[in-house]
Design a protein around this ligand. Structure first.
Ligand SMILES: Cc1cc2nc3c(=O)[nH]c(=O)nc-3n(C[C@H](O)[C@H](O)[C@H](O)COP(=O)(O)O)c2cc1C
Length: 186
């Protein structure tokens, strides 16, 4: 795929199916992630892959987070939480490994850098003909989830990237007027 088309035509795919991407494809995806811009060469990112029953364990964790907050949550809500990671054959948690109080690189820059890595994941997936969807929701900011994933106190989940084969039709890419977003000083 041409780089220009990739940048302009990528879109998100909530409905994902099929097999877990092959190792070659995943290696390409991770190498793309590792090319994200990175102030201070901190490499402020980690990725956790969830496939097969690993997705069910993640769903259990999402449910535990719900129950910690709402112990009498209805069965349907609990089930919904458990099913969330099953929306795709694979989920990658993109995590900002934040070095707090760094003398040159504030925490926000480290989180942005991890976000850029997440963006590279979805672009790389698109380049390989796969669909991807970046999700966060309450679970990305929940201490029960962070602890369950083994995150350090300053780490931040920047996204759960759902990956798989595209199911159904692609939604059209919206048109945006550049002039609505750009101010020029010349
Ligand atoms: C940090 C971040 C978190 C997001 N979290 C969610 C989410 O939890 N649920 C959701 O439906 N979309 C979420 N989105 C938006 C989708 O990933 C997607 O960008 C949006 O549906 C627009 O589709 P498009 O990427 O094809 O333009 C998130 C996007 C970002 C950047």
């Amino acid at each position: 795929m041409q780089a220009e088309a990739l940048l302009l035509e990528r879109n998100s795919h909530p409905r994902l199916t099929g097999e877990v991407p092959g190792q070659d494809v995943l290696e390409f995806i991770y190498q793309a992630a590792l090319r994200a811009p990175d102030h201070g060469n901190l490499r402020p990112w980690r990725f956790i892959e969830f496939t097969g029953q690993g997705r069910e364990r993640l769903g259990e964790l999402f449910c535990q987070a719900l129950l910690a907050d709402k112990p009498d949550a209805e069965e349907a809500m609990q089930k919904k939480r458990k099913m969330m990671p099953l929306r795709a054959p694979m989920v990658i948690a993109a995590i900002a490994k934040v070095t707090p109080d760094h003398p040159k690189v504030p925490a926000v820059e480290q989180v942005i850098s991890a976000g850029a890595a997440a963006q590279n994941i979805i672009l790389a997936a698109h380049a390989k003909g796969l669909g991807a969807m970046w999700r966060t929701g309450d679970v990305a900011f929940d201490p029960v989830v962070s602890k369950g994933l083994g995150l350090a106190e300053d780490d931040q989940i920047v996204g759960f990237i759902y990956l798989g084969e595209i199911e159904g039709r692609c939604k059209p890419v919206p048109e945006h007027n550049t002039e609505d977003y750009v101010e020029r000083w010349s």
